[in-house]
Ligand binder design. Structure first.
Ligand SMILES: NC(=O)C1=CN([C@@H]2O[C@H](COP(=O)(O)OP(=O)(O)OC[C@H]3O[C@@H](n4cnc5c(N)ncnc54)[C@H](OP(=O)(O)O)[C@@H]3O)[C@@H](O)[C@H]2O)C=CC1
Ligand SMILES: Nc1nc(=O)c2c([nH]1)NC[C@@H]1CN(c3ccc(C(=O)N[C@@H](CCC(=O)O)C(=O)O)cc3)C=[N+]21
Length: 311
């Protein structure tokens, strides 16, 4: 029986640590140059599912030298008020990046709210312009969970070109962007969803299986090809016998680890890497903002000197 430190467990901690070390070095450099990065998290209403995510964002941001601020809005806020608050943050030069925690209450149109975040501050890569970029193979600011899932697959060392990949779940924030990222890497991608006739028949063909559905233990051992890599993205809260709660994924880890060559545990798999990618995206956003700042002001300064000389 494999133990918790079995090599088949593909853990997120080392992948996250490598990314966070790069983020910290870059944040220190930017701060020394007068551009301290700052991430703002927006939560609307009380959503238990986001608490653990926001808690980890704060602790990892602070450890990496990125300021972190949580703005909580009441569930009753109108879409117009929320949009106005986001516009205020877009125009605030002290704020580098903005993330809107999902879900938001039903009366808030999530797509419109995501589009209200300025693309240069869109650290989650959910603005239509950002999502569009991944179709054009511009991948340096991709949706965090999707990018984290792909990082986990890369950590196996498998050759992505020509790899048979199956993704279960096709949400805008996870499944679809994973499909685009992997197509860019040369994988052959099949995407399953609730209308797929037999998820099991597809899943069994996969060298790499990504699961992002939100159903505990949906994927059993008989749905997995022997030797496959299984990336479990699900984060589900489950009641324990002693009246507490714990986090479980979408894969029946106990049975699947007997069949798969790699499996990401939950917790301890994709989750910590998602947080690291969010902070990496914050630094990408900062570099883009600085590039805009430079091109705007340097060009003006040069041309006014030329004008003065000429005059
Ligand atoms: N680790 C991390 O960093 C993150 C984890 N998550 C977790 O990932 C999971 C998925 O999140 P998210 O994508 O936002 O969820 P959504 O509810 O938005 O999407 C779920 C997807 O699963 C599909 N689906 C539902 N039932 C089935 C089924 N029986 N067979 C196949 N497909 C099915 C749906 O298809 P259809 O639309 O056709 O019904 C949909 O595409 C959740 O557990 C969430 O908590 C989410 C974000 C970050
Ligand atoms: N706009 C938006 N983007 C998201 O990516 C998003 C969201 N909204 N809403 C909520 C879900 C959930 N989610 C998690 C990410 C990481 C951990 C995480 O760090 N988990 C650790 C720690 C678990 C623990 O401390 O118990 C782990 O899995 O090991 C958890 C949950 C992102 N989500």
């Amino acid at each position: 029986m494999p133990t918790a430190d079995d090599h088949r467990y593909l853990k997120g901690a080392p992948v996250a640590a490598r990314i966070l070390a790069e983020v910290r070095a870059e944040a220190e450099r930017a701060t020394a140059e007068g551009f301290r990065p700052k991430l703002v998290s927006i939560t609307v209403g009380d959503v238990a599912a986001v608490d653990v995510y926001v808690r980890n964002q704060r602790s990892k941001a602070e450890a990496a030298g990125i300021d972190f601020e949580e703005r909580r809005f009441p569930a009753e806020i109108s879409a117009d008020e929320l949009e106005a608050a986001i516009h205020g943050m877009n125009a605030d030069p002290r704020i580098t990046g903005i993330i809107i925690q999902r879900p938001v209450p039903a009366h808030i149109p999530i797509k419109a709210i995501q589009a209200a975040v300025h693309p240069l501050k869109d650290v989650e890569g959910m603005h239509p312009a950002s999502i569009g970029n991944i179709v054009y193979n511009e991948l340096d600011l991709a949706p965090c969970t999707a990018a984290a899932s792909v990082e986990m697959l890369k950590a196996t060392g498998l050759e992505l070109k020509g790899l048979e990949v199956v993704i279960v779940g096709h949400s805008e924030i996870v499944g679809k962007p994973i499909a685009f990222l992997l197509m860019s890497e040369g994988a052959t991608v099949t995407v399953c969803h609730h209308m797929t006739r037999s998820v099991a028949a597809h899943a069994r063909r996969a060298d790499a299986l990504f699961v992002a559905v939100g159903r505990p233990r949906l994927i059993k051992a008989d749905m997995v090809k022997p030797g496959a890599a299984v990336i479990d993205i699900g984060i589900n809260s489950e009641a324990t016998a002693d009246g507490g709660t714990r986090i479980v994924g979408d894969v029946d880890t106990e049975s699947v680890r007997e069949v798969a060559s790699w499996i990401t545990p939950v917790p301890g798999g994709v989750g910590p890497v998602t947080v690291a990618i969010l902070l990496r995206n914050t630094m990408v956003a900062l570099q883009r903002q600085r590039a805009l700042y430079r091109s705007t002001y340097q060009a003006d300064a040069n041309s006014s000197v030329r004008r003065l000389r000429a005059g």
